[in-house]
Ligand binder design. Structure first.
Ligand code: 5GP
Ligand code: ZN
Length: 114
């Protein structure tokens, strides 16, 4: 997608701190972290949101979770815990129309959510 910020990050047309990338997904640091560790895990395919996903995207979305698990291990928070968030649409304040999973960790978070 030509004008999509996250597609540009994937293609390295704009700078970001990419910590992992393969043929399916890209993991990079959020520019405005909401926790000591705040990563964004995104499919390389331009999928706008969970609501826009197709059945054939199920495998890709599964891989986002595997990448989150791996990142939690690499960042040493697999035991202390972390939160995975996918904002979807205006009420959830999805700002970037390219599906992304937030991984937040490294400190105690507020509970309950919302
Ligand atoms: P959303 O509100 O759509 O779920 O989250 C979008 C996230 O993208 C926000 O946490 C925001 O800080 C992050 N973000 C927005 N623009 C950029 C950018 O140019 N680079 C990086 N690394 N993160 C960004
Ligand atoms: Zn995109």
């Amino acid at each position: 997608m030509k004008d999509c910020l996250f597609c540009k990050i994937i293609k390295k047309e704009i700078p970001s701190e990419i910590v992992y990338q393969d043929e399916t997904l890209t993991v990079f640091k959020d520019i405005n972290p909401a926790a000591p560790i705040h990563l964004l895990i995104i499919p390389n395919k331009h999928i706008v949101s969970v609501q826009e996903m197709e059945p054939e995207d199920e495998e890709i979305l599964g891989k986002l979770f595997s990448a989150a698990k791996k990142a939690a291990e690499v960042y040493g928070i697999s035991n202390s815990g972390y939160r995975l968030i996918i904002n979807n649409g205006p009420d959830a304040h999805q700002e970037i129309p390219h599906l992304h999973m937030h991984l937040l960790g490294g400190g105690k978070m507020k509970h309950p959510m919302g």
